[in-house]
Write a protein that binds this ligand. Structure first.
Ligand code: ATP
Length: 142
């Protein structure tokens, strides 16, 4: 009996509540999973993972593409990855000034940890989003 052939590409979809951010055939994807960064090549075992704010990188035609994603889920299949994210921006779409302001705002809130008015977890999440955007935008400078 013939051996089943392994897929050589991954069909990647990245979707947010507002838009389809990516719909591409890619050769690798790295996603920021809850338990750390997860590298995916064609033929990967199926899994479902929660996403955290971080950098998603994929390779298309030998070129790396960088995106900042916020919380969500990813479904991995041997020839397909579907990312459902609360927000996702390509590196070139990121407004660095806005992310820097969001980072400063979150840091100021976190300094007021004795103030019961401040929702610490919300501030921490805002900081993670801002850091993910700034880190992703840096990829354009490399
Ligand atoms: P801010 O306080 O600056 O609004 P935020 O982290 O609260 O930042 P989100 O709620 O994560 O913002 O995102 C709201 C919308 O704005 C999303 O569509 C997201 O893609 C977009 N967005 C947020 N920050 C940026 C940024 N720095 N550059 C480009 N788009 C951004």
């Amino acid at each position: 009996m013939a051996e089943p052939t392994l897929p050589t590409e991954i069909h990647l979809d990245i979707v947010t509540p507002d838009r389809l951010v990516a719909h591409d055939s890619v050769t690798s994807v790295t996603i920021p999973g809850k338990d750390g960064y997860l590298g995916i090549l064609p033929g990967h075992a199926p899994l479902l993972t929660e996403l955290v704010a971080g950098e998603l990188v994929y390779t298309r035609e030998g070129t790396k593409q960088f995106l900042a994603v916020n919380w969500g889920f990813a479904e991995v299949l041997p020839d397909r990855v579907i990312v459902l994210a609360q927000s996702a921006e390509r590196a070139e779409e990121i407004d660095v000034g806005r992310a820097e302001k969001a980072k400063v705002r979150a840091e100021e809130r976190l300094k007021r940890f004795t103030d019961p008015q401040v929702d610490m977890e919300r501030a921490r999440e805002a900081l993670r989003r801002a850091m993910a955007r700034l880190e992703t935008a840096q990829a354009l400078k490399k």
